[in-house]
Design a protein around this ligand. Structure first.
Ligand SMILES: Cc1cc2nc3c(=O)[nH]c(=O)nc-3n(C[C@H](O)[C@H](O)[C@H](O)COP(=O)(O)O)c2cc1C
Length: 366
C-alpha cells in the first residue's frame, strides 16, 4: 500500500493525525480543530497575562491531553515601556488630521470605550515579556512567535518541555532561527492574512526547506483548500499553517457581518498595506485602506504608532457594526472560503481533498 502522504514529520513531532495547523483567536475553533485530529494555536497577543493563563487552562480542560500552541508577537523595534498615552502623544499632526478627515468623510462613529490596545504585546517590550512569562510558567506545549526572533527564549522554553516555532517571511530570518535551534519554522508567503512579507508562498517555502535539514517547515499564506495542502507538501513542507480558513467557520466568534463579507470576498478584495499597523499587513479592503492608498495620503507611521491611529477607526466600526466600514485580516485564499462550516468539517474536507489530489496524480488509492 502507498505511504500516507499526509503523515509527515510534523505529525510525529506533535502526535497529531493531520498536518494542519489552525491559527485562531477563538478558543472554540482551536478546541474543535484539535479534537478533529489537527493542531491549533491560539493568538494571544492582545491579551493580558491573566487572560492568557485562563485560556491555557480552558483549552487544557477540553482537549484530553492533546497538545496546542500559544502565539505571541515579540517585536524588537517597539519602545521599551511607554504607556498608551505617551505613545499617542507622539503621533504627528499631519497623520492625526488625515485620520480625522477619513472619520468625517465616512461618518465613522467614535468607539464605545477607550481603545483596547493597552494590553497589546506590540505596544511595548515590557508587555510582550509579561505575556511570554505566562506561557513559560503555564508550560503551553508549543510557543509560536508571530513576529520577532524567539532565539532568546529557546533555552527557557526547552527546559520546560515547550517547543518553539518561529514564523518568518524572509529566508534570512529562517536561517537565523534555524541556527538558534527552533523546533519548526512557519514559512509564510505574501498571500497570507495579517502581517506578511513580500515573498510569495511558492518562493519562500521551497527556499526555506532547502536550508532546514530535518527541521519541519510549515507552509503558510493562501492555504485554504486540500489542493493547497497537497501542493505545499510537494514543495517540501511538513504541514500547513492557516488563518483565513477559520474566520468564517461556524464556531468562530468573528462578527456575522464580517463573516458574510469574507464568504463573498475574492483575492482582489484584500489590501496589502502598512496603513493599519505600520507593518505590511493583508486585510479586507475598507475605506481606511482605500484612503491611505491615495497618492495624497501621508506615508503610514511605523509600529506601534500607525496601529494607535487606525484603532480608533477599527474599533468605532466594530463597536457600531458598520458593515460599510468593517474590516478583518484576510489572505488571498479567502476566495475559496465560500460556505460556513464547522471547524471539524473544514479539517476533514481539507484532508479528503488533499488525498484526492494525490490519488489523481499517482493513480494510487490512498
Ligand atoms: C484575523 C487574523 C489575525 C491574525 N493575527 C495574528 C497574530 O496576532 N499573530 C500571528 O502570528 N499571526 C496572525 N495572523 C496570521 C496567521 O498566523 C497566519 O500566518 C496567516 O493567517 C496565514 O495565512 P492565511 O490567512 O492565508 O492562511 C492573523 C491572521 C488572521 C486571519
Amino acid at each position: 500500500m502507498a505511504k500516507d502522504p499526509l503523515r509527515t514529520k510534523l505529525c510525529d513531532m506533535l502526535g497529531i493525525e493531520f498536518p494542519i495547523i489552525a491559527f485562531t483567536h477563538c478558543k472554540d475553533v482551536a478546541v474543535a480543530v484539535i479534537n478533529a485530529g489537527a493542531f491549533a494555536v491560539l493568538g494571544e497577543a492582545m491579551h493580558t497575562p491573566e487572560e492568557i493563563a485562563a485560556d491555557i487552562k480552558w483549552i487544557r480542560e477540553r482537549v484530553n491531553g492533546k497538545p496546542f500552541g500559544i502565539d505571541l508577537i515579540l517585536p524588537a523595534s517597539v519602545p521599551p515601556a511607554d504607556t498608551l498615552e505617551q505613545l499617542i502623544a507622539k503621533i504627528p499632526d499631519t497623520h492625526r488630521n488625515f485620520a480625522q478627515s477619513i472619520k468625517e468623510r465616512y461618518n465613522v462613529p467614535d468607539p464605545k470605550g477607550p481603545i483596547a490596545l493597552h494590553q497589546w504585546g506590540g505596544l511595548n517590550q515590557e508587555m510582550a515579556r509579561a505575556q511570554l512569562d505566562v506561557v513559560l510558567e503555564e508550560r503551553a506545549p508549543v510557543f509560536t512567535s508571530g513576529l520577532g526572533n524567539p532565539a532568546f527564549i529557546l533555552e527557557a522554553a526547552h527546559a520546560r518541555g515547550i517547543k518553539v516555532f518561529g514564523l518568518i517571511g524572509k529566508t534570512r530570518q529562517a536561517k537565523r532561527e534555524l541556527e538558534a535551534g527552533v523546533d519548526a519554522i512557519i514559512a509564510q508567503g505574501y498571500d497570507a492574512a495579517g502581517h506578511t512579507g513580500a515573498m510569495g508562498t511558492f518562493s519562500i517555502v521551497p527556499e526555506v526547506v532547502s536550508i532546514a535539514g530535518d527541521t519541519p517547515i510549515i507552509a503558510a499564506g493562501g492555504v485554504t483548500t486540500g489542493r493547497h495542502l497537497a501542493a505545499t507538501l510537494c514543495l517540501g513542507a511538513a504541514g500547513v499553517w492557516t488563518g483565513t480558513l477559520w474566520l468564517a467557520s461556524r464556531e468562530s466568534d468573528v462578527d456575522m457581518i464580517v463573516k458574510e463579507k469574507l464568504l463573498a470576498a475574492t483575492a482582489e478584495d484584500t489590501s496589502y498595506s502598512r496603513c493599519i499597523s505600520g507593518m505590511t499587513m493583508r486585510t479586507l479592503k475598507c475605506p481606511w485602506t482605500e484612503e491611505w492608498a491615495r497618492p495624497e495620503a501621508p506615508l503610514p507611521l511605523s509600529a506601534p504608532y500607525q496601529m494607535l491611529l487606525s484603532s480608533d477607526y477599527i474599533q468605532g466600526a466594530n463597536d457600531h457594526r458598520r458593515e460599510d466600514l468593517m474590516t478583518e485580516a484576510a489572505g488571498q485564499g479567502v476566495a475559496f472560503v465560500t460556505t460556513m462550516k464547522p471547524a471539524r468539517q473544514i479539517v476533514f474536507d481539507m484532508v479528503e481533498e488533499a488525498l484526492a489530489a494525490f490519488e489523481e496524480l499517482t493513480g494510487e488509492t490512498l
